[in-house]
Design a protein around this ligand. Sequence first.
Ligand SMILES: [Zn+2]
Length: 201
Amino acid sequence: MANDANCFALAESIAGAARGARVVFGVILGTGVGGGVVIDRVAREGANAVGGEFGHGQQQGIAEEALRYGRVHQPRACYCGLVDCREQYIAGAAVEREFLARSSRALSLREIEIVGSAGDDEARDAIERWAQRVAISLADVVNLLDPDCIVLGGGASNLEAATEGMSARVAQYTFGDCMRTPILRAQLGDSAGVIGAAWLW
Ligand SMILES: [Zn+2]
């Protein structure tokens, strides 16, 4: 079985937003979070078949974030058995759950963005926190892999903050002075996984 996120990253590197880039990191920010690394049009599954498994492992910066908002950080258990995995903080579904818990309003990610733009502080903060968490996490990818291109897919990639200003946010957390990596929205939509799977076989 080929991993969905690997298929997504492969498809985007061959026919989507990352066309022409040699080293591509693709990440799906949807119900969960999955990532894939593609080098020269080959998805790198790795020795443990977890290559690019970006959703798990600890989200950095959340204790500081809680302090900034005057809260005490409450750790979140992840179904994988670890605590405070990135998926619990940057998946589109995680933002909706968090917004519901804090504001008692059940809004979709898109609705949170819309009311935030219209002046709702709680919604604006939710999107701002999400973008900052994504940036912190992508900076780790840049420092480790330094891909030629990063492609974002899944529901949360449609948020304006996913790509607008994201490079500058990531640059705050990367090593060195330059952050030239394009961070692009996926182009193939929901069909990317299927296209990627077809390429694999
Ligand atoms: Zn996890």
